[in-house]
Write a protein that binds this ligand. Structure first.
Ligand SMILES: [Mn+2]
Length: 323
């Protein structure tokens, strides 16, 4: 066993109270991996508390354990071990950052190679999802993986692989999926209750965004918007996931598609592209980043200004890409 995993093993053995942290604006991998680890530790008699800067709600509630997030107060001295799960940088744990960093027995379990090693012990492995790493760790610790652990891990794996479609998907993703299915993962519930379930208001909101998309047939890109007015009109909570709307325009033959979401703290941009186009170059112009074909950034300006700037950078990128 690797030194950092040994250290986690002995810390967990001696611990009574453990705090687990998911990253802000949570995605299925951080939530699924955290809940799975929590269920595993609870099974071996530990007292586990879950924390996330952002409310974990909506479709995540099909995992009933998500109701346990932020139920307890985070006082670092009350916990023997603190663990950040699928968190690349300490900033991503939001208001808990300072107290987490002060803790003497902190761990980070993550699959982002480029992240900060902000915990006292960092367990980092490049895999398609943090869920895979949690699976390996639980196996090493000889904890039986049952449905209550396999289902949230499957959610995490599906999330980070775009349901086994994106560039991060590899043979290992399918191997872990197979093992989780054997362990009793309820894959039907993950698809039906997390990925496919929508409220009528989300259907109306997304239809509106698709209908009002602007396309550039010359440069082959599409811009979608989710306006604050429509968030209000269709009564969509700020943290609701509108799904992967830009993909619809990629399937219509556009090479780059972006959705601009007008939220309280700024304009959230989410870019998607065909394999030969690198949208992380565009997102990085605005201080964002991500993957080659799926990237994001935030702009602190009006929706109109954001749109202008984004269109300009997409065109610049496509022009330079031509040569
Ligand atoms: Mn992840």
């Amino acid at each position: 066993m690797d030194k950092s995993i040994k250290s986690l093993n002995s810390s967990l053995k001696n611990a009574r109270k453990i705090a687990l942290f998911s990253h802000e604006n949570p995605d299925p991998d951080t939530v699924g991996s955290t809940v799975a680890l929590s269920n595993a530790l609870t099974k071996i008699g530990k007292n586990v508390s879950l924390f996330c800067e952002t409310e974990v709600s909506g479709n995540y509630l099909f995992l009933t354990e998500t109701e346990n997030y932020n139920r307890d107060e985070f006082l670092p001295e009350n916990f023997d071990v603190v663990i950040a799960v699928d968190v690349a940088t300490s900033k991503m744990i939001g208001r808990y950052e300072d107290d987490f960093l002060k803790h003497q027995n902190s761990f980070r379990i993550d699959h982002h190679i480029g992240g900060d090693n902000f915990a006292k012990t960092n367990i980092v492995l490049k895999t398609s999802a943090c869920a895979n790493l949690i699976y390996y760790i639980l196996k090493l610790f000889k904890i039986n993986i049952d449905e209550s652990i396999a289902t949230p891990l499957f959610l995490g794996l599906c999330g980070d692989t775009g349901i086994f479609r994106n560039n991060g998907t590899d043979s290992e993703s399918f191997e872990i999926a197979s093992k989780l299915t054997t362990s009793g993962a309820n894959i039907r519930r993950v698809y039906d209750e997390f990925f496919d379930k929508k409220t009528v208001s989300v259907v109306k909101m997304t239809s509106n965004s698709l209908l009002n998309a602007e396309v550039d047939d010359n440069f082959k890109f599409a811009i979608l918007t989710a306006t604050a007015e429509n968030y209000k009109k269709f009564n969509i909570p700020n943290n609701d996931n509108l799904g992967n709307l830009p993909l619809t325009y990629l399937s219509c033959g556009y090479n780059i598609a972006v959705i601009l979401k007008e939220k309280e703290d700024g304009i959230h941009c989410s870019f998607r592209s065909k394999p030969d186009f690198d949208v992380s170059c565009i997102a990085s112009k605005f201080g964002g980043g991500g993957h080659k074909n799926a990237s994001g950034c935030k702009l602190d300006c009006s929706l109109v200004d954001a749109k202008k700037q984004v269109i300009k950078e997409i065109k610049n990128y496509l022009k330079s890409n031509e040569n």
